[in-house]
Design a protein around this ligand. Structure first.
Ligand code: ZN
Length: 670
């Protein structure tokens, strides 16, 4: 597969046609001899990745459940069969009391079976678990109840219950499940409830009235009764009948217990030969509800395919053993990452960078999902972003050529059982919502690129199934991930000048975009900040390149010195000079899956909404505001970095958020 890489990068607007040392034009990726790229391609099998998705999809993979344990065991066995001899499962207590820094673990769950039937007036089955795995809300517990059904609307506020007798009855509610449980069951004595709490909002929301969404009760509430999940059609039918005055009696039977369990983390490595103590990490969360095909059997399968393929190439000698160690992790989402990182403080320090995959195999026509490659956090710029960009350009170009001209399907990175379309994707800034927000958090500081499909109209529903996935896309994603990881782990120092050239080109484009943003800014000081922070990002990225490839350190250093901002910003008259200092006991993000540290510290009904959080992208801005707390930057300086690297934000909004964190003792004032 020979491609002119300069042409590929030009097509993505990456280089200005700068001449590069001879021979490079035969390369698909500029900094790798074609034999290396071919060796990786030759091992990756998109069809095999899809088969792994199907196998994982059979397990109901709730955190701390027998289904998760079984899926983890299957992964470990397959890794060992693939020659990754050190594959193991690490188990971290999930019992409601063990803490991983500030994060208090929650209980596991042991569901066996459940059924919901209408007794009268029309005897008929409504839902059965495990036939329909999402029918039973997670953390439901034993019950055998025959009772009348009452419609309470959302069921989230006391007013929803005005004039309604719910004690001993079943309620039908559309509000958030833990809150409905509190209002209906704990406060008013209902026996349990039925829920059609809606799914993530997209342009397609509500179109498919037969989707059944997975729901969960609080994993901390040991007094949980139960909830059954219904489709919009089922619940509307029941509502209409109740509104017409029908008396509906249901029989609910649940066999399930919340139990002390473990967060099981599957780990395996390919050992580095030159710098075995330095690691490159590839992660995917192994949960969720069966089938959970795109979310996230797909990422799990793609990471497995990378591990298998690279190990096989090394064993066969088509690739030399890597310089740095490659580590592969399959985790219970976010909670497992937090437990693993807190219990392995040495691991974050040893990890140079990583790749996280969460939802990577959806067929566009079915899931309406586009593949996105998110750069590392702006607080932590790294050369992994530019390596990822170059590999992405190569995959896009190969897929486009094939889709547009036909010919060699293999060269087009198409797999026989998969699609033939172009790889539809973009490169974008960091977004929240998966394990990378733990790894990248300042306490751990592992720069990561994040692979993710969004939207996906089947997410967290009974229709997230293997048949919506594409072997070609899984193969391309695995090839892309393998290429990025192999570059970080194995690129010889001799190739570093080419990587430096590619990195400079990518950074020039980013700086040009920042320059445009500065020009369009109406405020001279903000414009200067945007330019200053673009230079800081460029410097940091070049520095990270020099740290990994010493031969490039000199050139990167020269560039960096040239870019270093000579004039610090003049302070403002109304600036906020207070310096927040981080509480060392709070490591990792404040929200750890079901755990909310602000609610834990300030109470469940405390006002924790802030103007910064309400912004579009507020989740990233608040996460980054805490990442930027280093005991030296003032509130004003944190505001200035956010403004320069993300968007202009008023200092008062940053102050309001940090004041909230101070009340929750996440930070103190120096
Ligand atoms: Zn996910």
């Amino acid at each position: 597969m020979k491609r002119r890489w300069v042409e590929q990068l030009l097509a993505l607007g990456l280089v200005a046609g700068a001449p590069v040392a001879g021979g490079a034009e035969d390369r698909m990726v500029p900094f790798w001899p074609q034999a290396v790229t071919d060796a990786i391609h030759g091992e990756i099998d998109g069809g095999a990745a899809l088969r792994t998705v199907r196998d994982l999809g059979r397990f109901h993979r709730v955190h701390g459940s027998p289904g998760f344990t079984a899926a983890a065991e299957m992964m470990r066995e397959r890794l060992i069969a693939a020659g990754l001899a050190d594959a193991a499962i690490e188990r971290f207590p999930a019992d409601g009391t063990t803490r991983y820094a500030h994060f208090r673990s929650y209980l596991g769950w042991n569901p066996t079976e459940a059924s919901l039937e209408e007794v009268s007036p029309h005897a008929r089955p409504i839902a059965r678990f495990p036939d329909l795995a999402v029918a039973l809300a997670d953390y439901s517990q034993d019950a055998d109840v025959t009772a009348e059904l009452v419609d309470v609307g959302r069921g989230a506020a006391p007013a929803d219950y005005a004039g309604k007798a719910v004690r001993g009855r079943l309620v039908l509610a559309s509000g958030p499940l833990p809150l409905v449980h509190r209002r209906a069951v704990e406060e008013r004595g209902a026996a349990g409830f039925l829920s059609d709490y809606p799914n993530q909002r997209t342009a397609w929301s509500g179109d498919d009235r037969d989707l059944v969404r997975w729901g969960h009760l609080s994993p901390y509430q040991t007094g949980n009764t139960f909830a059954f999940m219904l489709s919009a059609r089922q619940s509307q039918d029941l509502r209409n009948r109740l509104a017409a005055g029908e008396k509906i009696v249901l029989h609910a039977r649940v066999s399930a217990r919340m139990v002390p369990a473990t967060y099981d983390v599957v780990t395996a490595t390919i050992a580095g030969q030159e710098r075995p103590g330095e690691e490159v990490v590839l992660t995917a969360h192994l949960c969720h509800e069966s089938a959970g095909a795109n979310d996230n059997a797909s990422g799990s399968a793609a990471v497995f395919e990378i591990a298998r393929a690279l190990r096989s190439a090394v064993a066969r000698g088509t690739l030399a053993a890597p310089r740095r160690t490659l580590r592969f992790l399959w985790l219970p989402e976010i909670a497992g990452s937090q437990a693993w990182l807190v219990r392995h403080p040495e691991a974050a320090r040893a990890t140079v960078a990583g790749i996280h995959m969460d939802m990577v195999g959806g067929l566009l026509a079915t899931t309406h999902g586009t593949f996105h490659l998110s750069r590392s956090a702006e607080s932590h710029p790294h050369v992994v972003d530019e390596i990822a960009r170059a590999w992405l350009a190569a995959v896009v170009r190969a897929s486009e050529r094939y889709a547009e001209r036909g010919g060699d399907a293999y060269a087009g990175l198409a797999w026989p059982s998969g699609s033939r379309e172009s790889f539809l994707t973009d490169l974008r800034g960091v977004e929240m919502g998966s394990d990378h927000q733990v790894f990248e958090e300042a306490s751990f500081g592992v720069p990561m690129v994040y692979f993710h499909d969004w939207p996906d109209v089947t997410i967290h529903t009974n229709k997230d199934l293997p048949e919506n996935l594409d072997a070609t896309k899984l193969g391309r994603v695995a090839f892309l991930g393998a290429g990025i990881a192999w570059t970080l782990a194995a690129l010889p120092d001799a190739e570093a000048p080419r990587l430096l050239a590619v990195t400079r080109a990518g950074l020039a484009e980013r700086a040009a975009c920042a320059g445009l943003r500065a020009e369009l800014s109406g405020y001279a000081r903000d414009a200067a900040l945007i330019r200053r922070e673009a230079a800081v990002v460029t410097s940091a990225t070049l520095r990270s390149l020099g740290a990994l490839w010493p031969s490039a350190a000199g050139a990167a250093g020269t560039e960096e010195a040239r870019l270093r901002d000579p004039s610090p910003m003049a302070p403002l008259a109304d600036s906020d000079g207070r310096v927040p200092v981080r509480n060392p006991d709070v490591r990792g993000p404040l929200g750890v899956y079901y755990y909310d540290h602000l609610a834990e510290m300030l109470g469940p009904d405390a006002e924790v909404e802030t103007a910064l959080a309400r912004r579009d992208g507020g989740e990233v801005l608040t996460w980054e505001a805490l990442n930027l707390v280093d005991g030296r930057r003032s509130v004003q300086e944190i505001r200035d970095v956010l403004t320069g690297r993300y968007e202009p934000v008023p200092v008062a909004e940053v102050a309001e958020y940090l004041d909230l964190l101070a009340r929750a003792r996440v930070v103190s004032w120096r």
